[in-house]
Design a protein around this ligand. Structure first.
Ligand SMILES: C[S@@+](CC[C@H](N)C(=O)[O-])C[C@H]1O[C@@H](n2cnc3c(N)ncnc32)[C@H](O)[C@@H]1O
Length: 376
């Protein structure tokens, strides 16, 4: 199958770039050599699975059906139904949405998610935000967003009329980052959970779940070198597009969900560079999913001088985080950092330890960013 072509970078400032990046520290060009992907880790053998809302999300449903089926396309990112501790929606999205709602950080009527995968993030948002009126979801493949919308409908079959109407009118569009939402009314909350690791330029995005580890050619996106060195390119692009496409309501926020494999300072600096003020609202941890690809990818980039990238044994993460809820952990991020520091592994060591049978994880940071005052 031929590789998928993304929208023109010239028109949208959005598309993706070559592997050459300036490293501000060295004033030099860093060539990000790409690495080989292990397809076997990315494919979902089972295309349909039944979800028990409470067992998966870890909270009682208030509006969503207690049980529903999730069906995946060949390209859908696999939700970790059998191991919620390795799932992004459970460890990042659900915690961050609850922190946003319980912290009264803004009323969420219009919600969008970028890189939705199976749509389980939209399902969490429908349950957690009581004022929700409209939802939109994007991903790279038509088949993925079609399956995600079908899953949202399946999860709300027995829900009240109001929530079923929101599900029925959900926008589901394929395309790069926020490009498919251009021209939409602004959103109160935009959640993104985009990948960090660049696939080889030659990789075929039409192949299985390759898009879950994809960054692409971002040469038109003027990504600050520090962000690129930390492999946070797509998180920068999402913030930049939210601002320049006018997709945020005046009090709206972008939630950037990032594996805390880099220092939090780099994430906050990312928001600043894109014209936002960022703040961590949820800090949790997650078992590394697709460990060969992801830890292996970070190890490759570490060898090329990028990073440093941080991983931990899951036993240490479990112990340190036991005393905190995700919102209180965000408040106590510095304490947690100190407690975790003696367990920290670089990517190369983490990969070795994983191959020796140890469970490896990383922290999960969700940053809420609002536009700087005076910007439109
Ligand atoms: C880490 S997965 C997360 C999926 C889902 N949010 C979840 O937590 O289960 C990243 C998702 O982003 C999608 N993606 C990758 N590059 C993208 C891009 N440039 N624009 C939109 N979505 C993208 C992938 O296809 C994948 O579904």
């Amino acid at each position: 199958m031929a590789p998928i072509r993304l929208p023109s970078p010239i028109e949208d400032l959005s598309s993706v770039r070559s592997a050459e990046k300036l490293d501000s520290n060295k004033g030099d060009v860093v060539h990000k050599q790409k690495f080989d992907i292990k397809e076997s880790e990315l494919h979902a053998a089972k295309k349909s699975r039944n979800v028990n809302f409470e067992a998966f999300y870890g909270i009682e449903p208030t509006r969503i059906d207690r049980r529903f089926d999730v069906t995946l396309s060949d390209h859908s990112y696999l939700p970790k139904i059998e191991n919620p501790r390795a799932d992004w929606v459970v460890t990042a999205a659900t915690n961050a949405f609850r922190a946003f709602q319980n912290g009264e950080l803004g009323q969420v009527k219009r919600f969008a998610t970028i890189g939705t995968g199976s749509g389980t993030d939209v399902i969490a948002a429908l349950d957690i935000f009581p004022a929700i009126e409209a939802v939109a979801m994007t991903d790279l493949h038509d088949s993925v967003v079609a399956a995600a919308k079908a899953n949202v409908l399946a999860a709300t079959e027995k829900a009240d009329d109001e929530i079923r109407a929101v599900a029925a009118s959900a926008i589901a569009r394929a395309g790069d980052v926020l490009v498919p939402l251009k021209g939409q009314e602004p959103f109160d909350l935009i959640y993104e959970n985009l990948p960090n690791i660049p696939l080889p330029d030659t990789a075929d995005l039409g192949n299985g779940q390759a898009s879950s580890t994809y960054v692409g050619d971002r040469s038109q996106d003027k990504i600050p070198p520090f962000a690129s060195t930390a492999l946070l390119d797509l998180h920068y692009v999402a913030l930049w597009q939210a601002k320049t496409f006018g997709l945020l309501s005046p009090t709206g926020a972008v939630l950037s969900s990032m594996g805390g494999r880099v220092a939090t300072d780099a994430m906050l600096k990312l928001a600043d560079a894109a014209g936002f003020v960022g703040r961590v609202i949820s800090l949790s941890w997650k078992e590394q999913s697709e460990p060969e690809n992801v830890i292996g990818g970070y190890a490759e980039f570490e060898k090329q001088g990028l990073g440093p990238f941080y991983f931990y044994p899951t036993a240490a993460l479990e112990k340190v985080f036991a005393a905190y809820k995700p919102a209180s952990a965000a408040l106590c991020a510095q304490q947690i950092d100190i407690k975790l520091s003696r367990h920290r592994l670089d990517a190369t060591t983490a990969l070795q330890r994983y191959r020796q049978g140890e469970k490896i994880g990383h922290t999960v940071v969700v940053m809420a960013s609002v536009l700087k005052t005076g910007q439109d």
